[in-house]
Write a protein that binds this ligand. Sequence first.
Ligand SMILES: Nc1nc2c(c(=O)[nH]1)N[C@H]1C(S)=C(S)[C@@H](COP(=O)(O)O)O[C@H]1N2
Ligand SMILES: [Mo]
Length: 431
Amino acid sequence: MSEKPTSDVLNRRRFLGAAGLGAAGLAGAGSMLPSLAAKASEAAKPDPAITEIKDWNRYLGDGVDKRPYGVPSKFEKDVIRRDVSWLTASPESSVNFTPLHALDGIITPSGLCFERHHGGVAEIDPAQHRLMIHGLVDTPLVFTMDDIKRMPRVNKIYFLECAANSGMEWRGAQLNGCQFTHGMIHNVMYTGVTLKTLLEQAGVKSNAKWLLLEGADSAGMDRSLPLEKALDDVMIAYAMNGEALRPENGYPLRAVIPGWQGNLWVKWLRRIEVGDMPWQTREETSKYTDLMPDGRARKHTFVMDAKSVITSPSPQMPLKFKGRNVLTGIAWSGRGTVKRVDVSMDGGRNWCEARIDGPVLNKSIVRFYVDFDWNGEELMLQSRAIDETGYVQPTKAELRKIRGVNSVYHNNGIQTWLVHPDGVTENVEIA
Ligand SMILES: Nc1nc2c(c(=O)[nH]1)N[C@H]1C(S)=C(S)[C@@H](COP(=O)(O)O)O[C@H]1N2
Ligand SMILES: [Mo]
């Protein structure tokens, strides 16, 4: 903001009537536009939000006995996971999406983490749950939850992105909202043990190269994992954001495979088999492979490459005010930390460096901002992430040059939001 608001402007605006200008209006006072100024001078009667005493100010509120487990304010009732009914045949083998547009910071609240299940949510009694490790090991082992909780603990914040995130956008802009185009991602703090700790107890044989991870859900979902990754940074977690995993996210135990596609993060984990080659399960052959333009399919494309999205403005968060506005978004990379995020307001012609605020962690979401003035001109908003390896998030055209349009998975192309002069924002692609 260039100029400071005059006290005259501030005084008049403090008593604004029905103009509905909250903190955002005040923040924009420095670059106040004639249209807003006109409303201010019209406001003959004082603002009842200031002059009237409200019920919440007059009467006792609920006591501490009313909320044994807290939930958000009723005024936040629209900030929820949503699904797209036509995407899948049944809600048990389906996905819902994180409301990214309404969130801030880097941690996804547990109740808003997107869910992806192949056979619904397994409701597991932890006392009845076991994790077995067998195969190419010296001593096959079976752990109870209590056994696992007596081992040395680690805490880490990681993003989980489904490989199919943005998968509906390969052939062009389709879904109107970053919740739907990018909402198959969450970022939480996990508590658990390293897989290395468990494998050391079993004693891995020298010819071992791969592991099979299997879930206890009705889908019995299983995936092969290279031993090298398992010994590097894989965790077996029983808590997220400081409390037990939610049932939908794998209670009581899940695999955490940092930076790699969500499908490998086996939930309701019950079995780890040690072997010397991949098992070629359904999820790594008929699914989660990348069909190339020449008809061949890439297998074991584990890493989620650098990606970013502007979460506001976005189709579910249109621009409401002229003058000062906050643009915000998230960026992440499966190859390490995000080094920089650039933002363009003109469809990729000019770029400025966004301000990253909050923790910058390995294989975690980072939060970025651009504080900008808007005069009602059309905007074509884009963001691009650059990670610590120097990798730059590609445009969709660059991606398609290599990948074609047969793919479902690993679409990390740059997203464009078109902001119309009335603030309405939509998902578009630049030819
Ligand atoms: N046992 C089991 N694990 C599973 C799945 C499943 O259906 N069953 N879905 C996988 C997929 S495809 C993804 S993207 C992530 C989703 O994790 P979330 O539901 O915590 O977001 O879990 C993975 N682990
Ligand atoms: Mo997934």
